[in-house]
Design a binder for this molecule. Structure first.
Ligand code: ADP
Ligand code: MG
Length: 570
């Protein structure tokens, strides 16, 4: 249960504020997250952790000398936006380039990927390190599909150690990638966690049972078994992880026995006492193991075991001293006082052009449409969260509500400034992506922006113009999300919507849009029979069969709400 908050929708923002105030010696709050209070040495590679929040001490708790240079902090279990990642990077970089390290989730991949492109375009070396340690989430042959869980901690630690030692951008990247390739985790869950403001946990585990193969975003385990004794669990986790030893692995290992938030340290120590003989039997030597809470999942009950097979170089960086809010080890290098001038991501104000009368009217309709869309999404928020909790992480309603509300407000502001429809949709899209985070947030944000590019500023938009806009939005969705039809994503509702709109381009706009919205609603419902191929729901694909895709359902709700606005206008 998460009990303490004023407004559940602002939980992450309030948490970051308190965290930064309590740790002012270590961190400075910046738009999008936190950076070290004292910057690293000039020319140092900046290692930036990130992802959704709810995992403390990951990811912001390890910002400080010897460890990360900054952390991008999203909403609970929700990817931060590209804007946040870019902003933190500009504040954290010391002249040696930027490496973002985060778990392998679609939303994070897209948002950090966009931030990397933007940094590179400005001449700052930047790359992503995508963590894929969870052996339960995909078979070994498909390592690139595996989720990132507690193994992120070792990857952050070793990459940060290399960066602190003055390694070049390419060398730090190599250390991070080698670490990820040599890191394996397996977790179990005894009970689910509860999002702020919710009464029910994201999942439950029946009494006397245990979920095997947990996710760290409240995704339930992949299979269920009888609750074992400590010795039996020790055996199961150690055997499971060691069975996946990477090729050429040595016998010195860094190990994390990680609590997920509601498993007592005392229980972890009991379990650990049963694990150490098993490692010894396997001929493995433990190097500075960690037993405790390193990567949590709110108040989930459960634990995970992570093993990283070390070589001489990795072992050196595992042992480097660090001094951070949540994790201290040995003697950290003195906080160096770099003099590199940071390029603050100050809001760049761009002047909006005043559109001709017809364009302003069209912008007014766009703004009204977004108002109706946002009201409908907010109303459906709880149901969307419930759909997403079945095989995903339960944040779809909250993310969509935040995004749609921000888009509505931005659209209104921009339309009042007498802008045309393209500017209104660009502002709305950017606000959506910035506030919603998550996979759906970045996709909706980019799609709205793209939609606007097809709308004229000097005459009323025809049905063909609107169909062209929908076409552009679809192209963006596909190029960014890389999903295919039938993968069980929002694309399965968007594509039929666009086809129906194109086929009806001889009709007046309200009629054509209504037909397309009906096609989207039918297609959204029909996704129930599909099994997810991408996104957070993929590892639990079977569970999702019988329930429609949350993103497809929310899309249908959104376009249906807009149909009403267009009919009133007609
Ligand atoms: P997250 O998955 O980051 O928690 P949300 O819960 O807000 O984000 O959104 C989940 C929805 O995003 C899914 O139901 C699906 O419709 C959509 N989605 C996920 N991955 C993709 C993708 N690669 N392309 C298109 N849509 C996607
Ligand atoms: Mg989700």
């Amino acid at each position: 249960m998460t009990r303490l908050y004023d407004d559940p929708a602002r939980f992450a923002e309030d948490m970051v504020r308190g965290f930064a105030e309590a740790n002012a010696k270590y961190v400075r709050q910046v738009p999008g997250g936190v950076v070290r209070a004292q910057p690293g040495a000039d020319g140092k590679v900046a290692v930036i952790t990130g992802g959704g929040s709810g995992h403390y001490p990951a990811f912001c708790g390890v910002v400080g000398p010897g460890f990360a240079d900054g952390s991008v902090i999203g909403n609970i279990f929700t990817s931060p936006s590209a804007e946040q990642a870019y902003s933190v990077a500009l504040e954290a970089e010391c002249g040696g380039g930027v490496l973002f390290a985060f778990g392998n989730y679609a939303g994070d991949n897209m948002n950090f990927g966009l931030a990397v492109q933007r940094l590179q375009a400005e001449g700052i070396p930047a790359a992503n390190i995508v963590i894929t340690d969870d052996i339960a989430s995909a078979p070994a042959a498909e390592q690139e599909k595996r989720r990132g869980i507690a193994g992120g901690f070792t990857v952050f630690k070793l990459a940060s150690g290399a960066a602190e030692a003055g390694y070049s951008f390419d060398e730090v990247r190599r250390v991070a990638e080698t670490t990820n390739a040599r890191t394996r985790s397996l977790g179990v869950a005894f009970d689910g966690c509860t999002m702020p403001g919710q009464q029910e946990p994201l999942f439950t585990v029946p009494d006397g049972k245990m979920g095997v193969g947990l996710g760290i975003h409240g995704e339930p385990g992949i299979s269920e078994t009888e609750l074992p004794s400590a010795s039996e669990l020790a055996e199961r986790l150690v055997e499971g992880v060691l069975a996946e030893a990477p090729q050429g692995a040595g016998n010195r290992i860094a190990v994390l026995l990680n609590g997920l938030g509601r498993t007592k340290y005392e229980e972890l120590f009991v379990l650990w006492s049963r694990m150490t003989p098993l490692f010894a039997e396997a001929g493995l030597e433990l190097v500075e193991p960690e037993v405790g809470e390193l990567v949590t999942s709110l108040d989930m009950a459960g634990c995970s075991l992570t093993v990283t097979w070390l070589d001489e170089e990795l072992e050196r960086f595992w042992s480097t001293g660090v001094d951070t809010p949540a994790y201290r080890k040995g003697v950290a290098v003195a906080a160096s006082s770099g003099t590199h001038t940071h390029r603050h991501a100050a809001a760049r104000k761009t002047e909006l052009a005043v559109a001709p009368e017809a364009g302003q009217r069209c912008a007014g309709t766009v703004s009204a449409a977004l108002g109706a869309l946002s009201a409908a999404i907010v109303q459906a928020s709880e149901e969307l969260g419930r759909l997403d909790a079945i095989a995903g992480d339960g944040d779809h309603g909250r993310g969509m509500s935040k995004g749609a509300t921000a888009a509505d407000q931005a659209a209104r502001r921009t339309a009042q400034a007498q802008a045309g429809p393209a500017d209104v949709l660009a502002a709305a899209g950017d606000a959506w992506a910035a506030d919603a985070g998550g996979t759906s947030g970045v996709l909706w944000g980019a799609a709205l922006r793209a939609f606007g590019t097809a709308l004229p500023a000097d005459r009323a938009a025809s049905t063909a113009d609107v169909a062209a806009g929908a076409e552009k939005a679809l192209e963006t969705l596909v190029s960014l999300g890389k999903a295919e039809l039938g993968d069980k994503t929002m694309l399965d509702a968007v594509d039929p919507f666009v086809t129906a709109l194109r086929e009806a381009s001889g009709d007046d706009l309200a009629t054509a849009w209504r037909k397309a919205a009906q096609a989207a609603t039918e297609a959204g419902t029909a996704t129930a029979s599909l099994s997810p191929k991408v996104g957070r729901a993929r590892p639990l694909a079977e569970r999702s069969v019988g329930t429609p895709d949350p993103g497809a359902v929310s899309f249908a709700i959104a376009v249906t709400a807009i149909a009403e606005v267009l009919e009133e206008n007609a």
